[in-house]
Design a protein around this ligand. Structure first.
Ligand SMILES: Cc1ncc(COP(=O)(O)O)c(C=O)c1O
Length: 425
């Protein structure tokens, strides 16, 4: 089949054909097993939270190596709950990277906090820890409350270094690991530290949007090793409701509808237990629940996560060989230990030309990301061109190539050929 003329694209024997008639930068991989898992759940008694949620949480925390996991409706909700659980308040300053999806920063604003961007390292494209240190050193201790580093493109942040820095200044860390389930960095003792394992960050978050490693349609997960934060997150995920006798603030007498005296309930010896219906809303939470059928899809997808990761790394290695030593390419992500390759980014001189040329040939590369600090919303806080030179320079040149487990060898060869054709013209 000539890829130049293709319209229908089978994506594998056991896989359902997703006929986009084109090669996107990312794509979900839904198998018959996934469909069966969802269908079974749809036929069960549970549509919203049921047994599949706990199953997914357990298998996901095992996968990343954390003690706890909380499934939520999407990655943005996960970030919002983390900011709430860490008690971000009006005016609290939090540092993050400008090269990320806006949600990494927005969660601070949801709680009234102030987002302070620090520039990226032009080699790794990750938040530059030296720039973070400069910011911290330039202000009195206590000025900043936390840091949100992002495992951008799937490259794991060195969280050990961030933990040391955060400890010096009494800061919390939320690891935005939406791009990196299965990714890891090597710590100072040469141990693998998997993204979201909770050894260094207080909380980590993941997204299960279709272009990510694991697709739930919409979905997210928070992982942590901190029991208190875990319990807080469970409560905030469902309206701030507590259903635990030991934690109730109202008395059993009140709960049973017995004695209430102007706000101070009087404990009656006749009524010592809480009735079955009783629960308390103790905080202002949200409905950020994942549904049971989404969790069934997530669990089914998770079984193939390592397989998908291996394929992503193979695709990255092929790109790396194809573009090696080509001086027309300004920079590229090579094969990096522990990289989860949500994205494969090239930096090229004529980015707009390449983007349009690829589209003409049915290849839908994408740009990640327009720097957050230059979004009109954040410009209103005073951020402007020139504030983050590395991020801004990166944005002028970056382009994310097709990267997903069902990308075939022929398709990848076609993509590489088209890029080379364009760049030597
Ligand atoms: C780095 C990053 N953080 C947060 C999010 C938000 O996740 P969701 O789309 O599931 O809300 C995304 C999603 O694209 C992301 O890429």
């Amino acid at each position: 089949m000539s890829l130049e003329n293709k319209n229908n694209k089978p994506v594998g024997d056991s896989q359902v054909t997703v006929n986009l008639g084109s090669i996107p930068y990312g794509r979900q991989n839904i198998t018959e097993e996934d469909i069966q898992a969802v269908t079974e759940t749809l036929k069960s008694d549970f549509l919203t939270q049921g047994p599949k949620i706990a199953e997914f949480e357990e298998s996901f925390s095992n996968y990343v190596g954390s003690k706890y996991a909380v499934a939520v409706s999407n990655g943005t909700a996960a970030l919002h709950l983390c900011a709430m659980a860490l008690n971000v308040q009006e005016g609290d300053k939090v540092i993050t990277t400008p090269i990320t999806f806006a949600a990494s920063a927005n969660c601070v604003r949801y709680c009234g906090g102030e987002v302070v961007f620090a520039d990226i390292d032009p080699e790794t494209y990750l938040l530059d820890i030296n720039k973070v240190r400069e910011l911290l050193e330039a202000s009195p201790k206590g000025t900043f409350k936390g840091i949100i580093p992002v495992d951008f493109a799937g490259r794991a942040v060195d969280l050990e270094a961030y933990r040391n820095l955060a400890n010096e200044y009494g800061l919390w860390i939320i690891e935005d690991s939406c791009h990196a389930p299965g990714g890891y960095f090597m710590d100072s003792k040469a141990n693998k530290q998997h993204c979201g394992n909770g050894n260094f960050a207080d909380l980590a978050i993941f997204s299960f949007h279709p272009v990510k490693h694991i697709a739930c349609g919409e979905g997210g997960m928070i992982t942590t090793n901190n029991e208190k934060l875990y319990e807080k997150l469970l409560q905030l995920r469902t309206h701030g409701i507590v259903k635990n006798e030991k934690k109730y603030k109202n008395t059993p007498a009140f709960a049973n509808g017995s004695t209430v005296r102007s706000g101070t309930a009087v404990r009656s010896s006749a009524v010592e237990t809480y009735p079955g219906w009783y629960m308390e809303m103790q905080d202002l939470g949200y409905n950020y629940r994942l549904t049971d059928f989404q969790a069934a899809l997530g669990s089914s997808q998770l079984k193939r996560a390592d397989e998908g990761l291996a394929k992503r790394r193979k695709i990255a290695a092929t790109y790396q060989i194809a573009f090696k030593g080509k001086n027309f390419i300004k920079g590229q992500s090579g094969v990096i230990e522990g990289h989860a390759y949500h994205l494969y980014v090239l930096e090229v001189e004529n980015r707009l030309g390449l983007y349009n040329y690829l589209r003409e040939h049915n290849i839908f590369a994408q740009i990640h990301y327009i720097p957050c600090h230059l979004m009109p919303y954040y410009r209103e806080f005073g951020w402007k061109e020139g504030d983050m030179p590395n991020a801004e320079n990166y944005y002028k040149h970056c382009i994310s190539l097709p990267m997903y487990p069902t990308l075939t060898d022929d398709e990848q060869k076609y993509v590489i050929r088209k890029i080379k054709n364009f760049l030597v013209r």
